[in-house]
Design a protein around this ligand. Structure first.
Ligand code: ZN
Length: 50
């Protein structure tokens, strides 16, 4: 059990709850823009780094 959770800067996307897509009100689904479909959001990735 050598996994150090504290070093992982990822969290489940709150927009899609980890599904990678969001349900549309009109029906169907769409790729989540917050996580780009991965279902995971990088906490440290919001510093405008690119
Ligand atoms: Zn998402």
């Amino acid at each position: 059990m050598g996994i150090t959770i504290a070093e992982i800067h990822l969290e489940v996307c709150s927009m899609c709850k980890g599904d990678g897509y969001v349900q549309l009100l009109l029906g169907g689904s769409e790729t989540c823009h917050a996580c780009k479909g991965s279902g995971i959001r990088e906490k440290e990735a919001e510093k405008g780094e690119k």
